[in-house]
Write a protein that binds this ligand. Structure first.
Ligand SMILES: [Zn+2]
Length: 59
């Protein structure tokens, strides 16, 4: 998946289940380029992007 902030493709899945931070349907992603942390939720058939952490770096 592309980063919704910078469009980079190096996003990785974060395993945050131990924190109770994520649910099975909405894996948390972190962008390797800008540091944005987000997840994609599906609500009532609509895809929403939920920003968890703002980007930390500008490339
Ligand atoms: Zn990014």
């Amino acid at each position: 998946m592309k980063c919704p902030n910078c469009g980079d493709r190096t996003a990785v899945d974060l395993d945050m289940h131990s924190d109770g931070f994520t649910s099975d349907e909405s894996p948390v992603k972190e962008c390797g380029a800008c540091g944005l942390v987000w997840r994609v939720k599906t609500e009532a058939g609509e895809t929403k992007i939920d920003i968890i952490k703002q980007p930390t770096a500008v490339k």
